[in-house]
Write a protein that binds this ligand. Structure first.
Ligand SMILES: C[S@@+](CC[C@H](N)C(=O)[O-])C[C@H]1O[C@@H](n2cnc3c(N)ncnc32)[C@H](O)[C@@H]1O
Length: 218
């Protein structure tokens, strides 16, 4: 792993160094992960963009052995402290990677990328990370990708230049080998979304759960 400070790393370090900013606060349960991973037999899991560790800790509590990755050392430090408090430190390996530069070794029964968005998602970076994520799924394992599909309705001037892809776009960009994968869930979801100043609205997210088949069925 190189120790280069890329713009992505700098952005997320600055983000997490502000103690008021969080992506994965204590007690926050990711309903999409709970619904999908809750039906799987625990094995090994890779959590990409784990932030302060809520998903990884939840997975560890369900019996998974987790490799948890984030670009921010600050986020990982908070996550590891929480895991220790919750008694699951021995089930989670926290690794700092800037994923386009380096990626954890190995294959996993579950590879999870939950809202792995970044302000510099342009230029195919996220797509390349997700392709590498698919390569890390063990035969018989699952790739779970959740993402934002639109901006909150109360946000009238959304950032320019950030594309939030549909599941069809994500699937196409994965370039999965024909006959070797099965799409188990492909859905657009609309949820309530509250703004920082009490605004009320909705936001669209999408979810893909894709199974790597044990045998080629083509
Ligand atoms: C929008 S937050 C989502 C966090 C969490 N997965 C969730 O669902 O709440 C994106 C996370 O991905 C991390 N991240 C963004 N780009 C990354 C990269 N290139 N390599 C590793 N982690 C990255 C950020 O530090 C941040 O914690």
């Amino acid at each position: 792993m190189t120790d280069v400070i890329t713009p992505t790393r700098q952005y997320w370090e600055d983000f997490y160094r502000n103690p008021d900013r969080t992506h994965s606060p204590v007690g926050k349960l990711n309903a999409l992960l709970v619904a999908e991973a809750g039906t799987l037999t625990p094995g090994t899991a890779l959590d990409l963009g784990c932030a302060e560790g809520s998903d990884s800790i939840w997975l560890a509590r369900q019996g998974w052995r987790v490799t948890a990755v984030d670009v921010s050392a600050t986020a990982l430090g908070r996550a590891a402290a929480r895991a220790a408090e919750e008694g699951v430190a021995d089930r989670i390996d926290w690794q700092r990677h800037d994923l386009p530069q380096s990626f954890p070794a190995g294959e996993f029964d579950l590879v999870s990328a939950q809202f792995l968005h970044s302000p510099d998602d342009q230029g195919g970076t996220r797509e390349a990370i997700l392709r590498r994520a698919a390569e890390a799924v063990a035969p018989g394992g699952a790739l779970l990708i959740s993402g934002h599909a639109g901006w909150p309705t109360w946000r009238h001037e959304p950032p320019q230049g950030i594309h939030l892809p549909s599941t069809a776009e994500v699937l196409a960009s994965l370039r999965l080998a024909p006959g070797r994968w099965q799409v188990e869930r492909d859905e657009l979801l609309v949820r309530e979304s509250a703004g920082p100043d009490g605004e009320v609205g909705t936001r669209e997210d999408n979810i893909l759960r894709i199974r790597r088949l044990r045998r080629d069925v083509s």
